[in-house]
Design a protein around this ligand. Structure first.
Ligand code: BGC
Length: 752
């Protein structure tokens, strides 16, 4: 396809038309020029392909498909290869169903546990989110099918999602919210990026030139098209100008007409329109490689969904109760044992071709079942509670299947609290009374408070584990699969502990991100706060030890790559998979930064007694913060910790490296500069002495009336003094001309 030629041959009307959908899921074809339509379909954790009438709320029907674990779960795998495999499978399914672009992955940072869509998102940590997204994108696209990385940008709540403005400073944007997209775009090159509904610092994402063009294309070299979230377009010509290429779904001709008119009246340059058309055509062209293939094997995909779910679930607590033996007399209690909640509501909702529950697959000769609660009600049903308690009493182990009902978390609205339904908390307490060996299996898309945490012997976080969740839960409960998931988010003790708590949901449409960069563990660790379960936490049925942390150099420049290695050994008696996390700990002085930040991770399988060396490479970015003044990521000179562990609170190996910044930004001394900053450069001392001599402070500080600490006080008064204040502090002995001369000398000295 000669794209330039086609654009030249298209009429203005055809070009305007190509920039919005033909219907809910297709772009427009231009038959006379051989331009085919492309088909998009929701993901991210399965295919929601709709045949005829479409909708973006997950209400209408869709073709039966396979529901894989949702993003909340797959991120907990800490396994890029696994996510790649999931991507590959989805790519295959897309081809079989004639889908050219799947709408995912969704990488928005989990700012608050309350966000209704957290179940679709990956993590509170942008590095982890971006790595997971990269794996997914590469997997899908290896089949000649595109992805749509979403929702760009700062779409961290559902409340007023189409009008709210996420207000934050540049550093927070760069280090947290943009960073979640950054590596995924740079490394995995998604075919498309979906802009979000909300505004960022007042400007709609759809209309935000800074992010859609300057950052995405300019800085990150994105070469695909930007598509609007469904209905996120505001002012079509302005959106095009900002870099939004495709409006979805159809605008029913209204915006096509507006584009034509804007070009004719000169409001929009035709070149901008041509550029958008070219970008869309390039993806149309790429899509031609991914023609429809034979139907995929749904049963094999179901088996894969079970395997993936088993790799994601997080064993939060285990006081010797798990794994169960096949002979254990177990009582499965709770409606989720029979009807598990395994996906969330909204546009990602999959029409699963089948589902399996733990109860359905359980060995009924050793397991009994009691419903315990009604999932659609919050209040306790005394008869069900009694039946559950009786079942628990008769069993060796009681396994309560709890979690959040559909109505608690979904696209479109946020949770209002972090609790389980009342009847479930009451049930767990009552079962604990009846049987000391109680295990809780959780089905939820984001953290819940656990008032019973100290009373149960085991907790398995199954998250929203996809249609094969039942089998995967059994695999773990009975030890056929050794749990290896680790939390991609902190579980706070209570909602009020969360750093965004004071500001979450905002005031009207103004949502201030006042906690700044201190999201998730970056906050809890800095505050040394007690948490329920820390970021990165996850147990196994075996045990691992870390040793021999090594770095390629103890002194580096920020332009170097630091090679890090650490040994991990299985010191238990079962094979298992370890997740080793690598954090960097910035210097405490100077810039306000988190205690540690995740910069690498690796998952590896080890037989009992086996030991492996894991390798990591850290570049400048792993040590950097975003300096809003210079507009770049900088790693200031200083001593940095290199830490390896099994969670952000379980650091087992660490060492220090001395880093030197290659080109620290220069400082210009001016009237507002203070002595403390000037004297950070010892070479400036002779100049300072010269001007201090003019002040004639001889004898100052001997005044007894000023009490102890006078010398320190004088030093700090001088230290914090801006140069312009010298005039009054010297009683007029130093004049402005002296200060100007001093400034000139310093600036010319080459010291700064
Ligand atoms: C959602 C997107 C989704 C789109 C299409 C929107 O409402 O925010 O995530 O891909 O609809 O269904």
């Amino acid at each position: 396809m000669d794209i330039k030629k086609i654009v030249a041959e298209m009429t203005l009307e055809e070009k305007a038309g190509l920039c919005s959908g033909a219907d809910f899921w297709h772009t427009k074809a231009v038959e006379r020029l051989g331009v085919e339509a492309i088909t998009m379909s929701d993901g991210p954790h399965g295919l929601r392909r709709q045949e005829e009438e479409g909708d973006h709320l997950g209400m209408g029907g869709s073709v039966p498909a396979v529901c894989f674990p949702a993003g909340c779960a797959t991120a907990a795998s800490f396994d890029e290869t696994l996510i790649y495999k999931l991507g590959e499978e989805l790519g295959k399914e897309c081809r079989a169903e004639g889908v050219n672009v799947i709408l995912g992955p969704a990488v928005n940072v989990k700012r608050s546990p309350l966000c209704g869509r957290n179940f679709e998102y990956y993590s509170e940590d942008p590095y982890l989110a971006s790595r997971m997204a990269a794996g997914y994108i590469k997997g899908v696209q290896s089949h000649g099918v595109g992805t749509s990385l979403k929702h760009f940008l700062a779409n961290n709540q559902e409340h007023r999602r189409m009008s709210s403005s996420s207000e934050m400073d540049e550093r927070t944007l760069r280090e947290i919210y943009l960073a979640a997209f950054e590596e995924a775009v740079k490394e995995a090159k998604p075919w498309t990026v979906m802009c979000s509904y909300n505004r960022i610092n007042g400007t709609y994402a759809a209309q935000n030139r800074k992010f859609l063009t300057d950052v995405l294309r300019g800085e990150w070299e994105f070469d695909g098209f930007v598509v609007s979230d469904w209905g996120a377009v505001n002012d079509r010509p302005a959106d095009l100008e900002a870099g939004l290429d495709l409006e979805m779904p159809s605008s029913f001709g209204h915006n096509d007409a507006r584009i034509v008119e804007a070009v004719k009246t000169g409001r929009l340059s035709e070149e901008v329109l041509d550029q958008a058309v070219e970008r869309i055509l390039r993806i149309v062209e790429r899509s031609r490689q991914g023609k429809k293939t034979a139907p995929y094997d749904k049963e094999a995909a179901h088996a894969l969904a079970r395997k993936i779910a088993g790799e994601c679930m997080v064993l939060l607590k285990n006081e010797g109760v798990l794994p169960l033996s096949r002979e254990t007399k177990a009582a499965f209690i709770g409606e989720f044992a029979e009807n598990p909640r395994y996906q969330g509501g909204g546009s990602s909702h999959i029409n699963s071709f089948k589902t399996e529950s733990a109860w359905e697959l359980a060995d009924k000769t050793h397991v009994t079942y009691a419903q315990g609660y009604r999932v659609k009600e919050d209040g306790t049903d005394e008869a069900l509670l009694k039946e559950a308690v009786d079942a628990a009493k008769k069993a060796d182990v009681a396994v309560v299947f709890a979690g959040l009902p559909d109505s608690y978390e979904s696209e479109g609205y946020d949770r209002t609290h972090m609790r389980l339904p009342e009847n479930q908390n009451a049930l767990i307490s009552a079962v604990c009374e009846a049987n000391p060996n109680t295990v809780v299996v959780l089905h939820n898309g984001s953290p819940v408070e656990m008032p019973w945490v100290d009373r149960v012997k085991g907790i398995l976080e199954a998250y929203l584990g996809g249609q094969a969740v039942g089998g995967a839960v059994l695999d773990i409960l009975y030890g056929d699969v050794n749990p290896s998931g680790h939390l991609a988010e902190t579980f706070p003790v209570k909602l009020e502990d969360n750093p965004s708590y004071l500001y979450y949901q905002g005031e009207g449409d103004r949502v201030e991100y006042r906690e700044g960069i201190f999201v998730g563990y970056r906050y809890y660790d800095k505050k040394k706060m007690e948490v329920l379960f820390p970021f990165g936490h996850g147990l196994s049925y075996t045990e691992f030890a870390l040793s021999d942390l090594k770095v390629s150099a103890e002194r580096i420049r920020d332009t170097d790559i630091l090679e890090v290695s650490v040994d991990v050994k299985n010191i238990g008696s079962r094979p298992g998979k370890a997740v080793v996390q690598l954090y960097t700990a910035p210097p405490k002085e100077g810039i306000i930064r988190p205690v540690r930040e995740l910069k690498g991770f690796a998952k590896t399988e080890l037989a009992p007694g086996e030991r492996k060396t894991l390798h990591f490479a850290l570049s400048k970015r792993a040590f950097s913060y975003y300096d809003a003044e210079t507009g770049e990521f900088r790693a200031p000179s200083g001593r940095y910790g290199i830490e390896a562990g099994f969670s952000s609170r379980d650091i087992l190996q660490s060492c220090m490296v001395e880093l030197e910044e290659d080109r620290p930004p220069g400082t210009r001394i001016g009237m507002d500069s203070i002595f403390l900053d000037i004297l950070k450069k010892p070479e400036a001392m002779p100049y300072v002495k010269e001007i201090v001599a003019k002040m004639d402070v001889e004898g100052a500080g001997s005044g007894e009336s000023m009490g102890e600490g006078t010398k320190e006080m004088l030093e700090s008064v001088l230290g914090y003094m801006p140069l312009h204040a010298l005039v009054s502090f010297s009683g007029g002995k130093v004049g402005f001309a002296d200060i100007e001369e001093f400034i000139r000398k310093l600036n010319e000295s080459g010291i700064f």
